[in-house]
Design a protein around this ligand. Sequence first.
Ligand SMILES: [Zn+2]
Length: 148
Amino acid sequence: MNIDWPQLRAAAVDVAGRAYAPYSRLRVGAAGLTSDGRVVVGCNVENASFGVTLCAECGLVSALHSTPSRWPGIDSHAPSLVAVAVVAGDGDPLLPCGRCRQLLLEAGGPELLVDTASGPVPLAELLPAAFGGADLSARRDSGAAAPS
Ligand SMILES: [Zn+2]
């Protein structure tokens, strides 16, 4: 798949302009290319109670799941991210925070290309030895019921 990095970065810069960042004044935009050719975007959304602030990548992953696939008959969860660019409002690249690296892992896998100041790198380089769904299924207690 051909990845148009300049287009992806431009989409990230554009959405960074719509960020809600009155506290940090750091506008962040994220744009991702899906396996079915869609470009999904997100911006950071801050809150006076900082704990509920959303990173731009959170909005991007929400857009991934909330927009229909271009592939007829395919579950909208099937297409995944293949490339992501995250930028500050000035256009310089930013790396996803730790929480968002984990979020992006489930949306694109370890091969997901993440733009950095020195060029795109696989997410596995930014999140080595990651925890994933296989860890849950391998260690899930088979007989215990949820506490009531
Ligand atoms: Zn984050």
